[in-house]
Design a protein around this ligand. Sequence first.
Ligand SMILES: Nc1ncnc2c1ncn2[C@@H]1O[C@H](COP(=O)(O)OP(=O)(O)OP(=O)(O)O)[C@@H](O)[C@H]1O
Length: 277
Amino acid sequence: MLSAHDVTRSFGGLTAVNHVSLEIGPREIVGLVGPNGSGKTTLLNLLSGFLAPTSGEIRFDGTAVRARRAWQPSRLGLRRTFQLPKLPARMSVLEVMLAGGRLPAGASPWRSLLTPGAVRREEAAFIGKAMGLLAEVDLAGLADHPAGGLSGGQQKLLGLAAALMDDPAVLLLDEPTAGVNPSLRRRMADHLRRIREGGTALVIVEHDMGFIGDLCDRCLALDKGAVIANCRPDELSGNQQVVEAYLGRRRPGVPLRVVAGGAVAGTVDIKTSGARA
Ligand SMILES: Nc1ncnc2c1ncn2[C@@H]1O[C@H](COP(=O)(O)OP(=O)(O)OP(=O)(O)O)[C@@H](O)[C@H]1O
């Protein structure tokens, strides 16, 4: 459905994404993991049509995704969230939601004049959908508040809810759990599973390996811009290349610090901080 064909993206002399080819299938949940600076966000930007590749091509259902035509990726059914969302501060939470979706057909002035009852019903359904999505992320009570007044975690949740207004075919999420409290993280995981059941494929950049293990069917691990593993989340810790990417090359006698645990039994939490051997 969504695919990358030998995609490279450079910034000056730095190659952030290096000859990556991949395929995301319908209703798949795929995690993008890797150490800091390994190219995850750049790859997400490329897949979502937010950034153009230096070489190679991104395709969605056979159509080339064109970053230069800003409206095209979302028309195709690709939506994304940001690591640090920049929401219009003065718009209310509900207005941000309504701006996230395509307007009902009633937006046409002629239709509003000729069939006002039908238009009112469509608008009520549109607002009802927005309120339902806000309720899923505990923000329905803040619908009239300015979006700029929300906490960082709440702004991320609003970004997620707004991205769902159009029922995207593929939703790409950049670190969705950063700044979100643990109980809401669990609800977010349930919510993302329901989104998949509704027919949307998910690509998730995330450092929380418990969240990844809990949710993803498959993981792509990146190192220095290249894909070094394409496997189930529980297979990551047994992959020597992945372990070395996180921890650095093993010196003789220095144990690998891969710590079992995380949010779900059987998943593996690869600790990155201060762990370079
Ligand atoms: N717009 C840009 N201009 C120059 N260099 C960039 C730009 N965007 C990313 N890079 C560089 O590309 C490399 C990959 O960055 P990227 O943000 O994709 O990594 P990441 O895996 O998402 O990192 P993190 O986990 O820390 O968010 C880094 O060296 C980064 O400095």
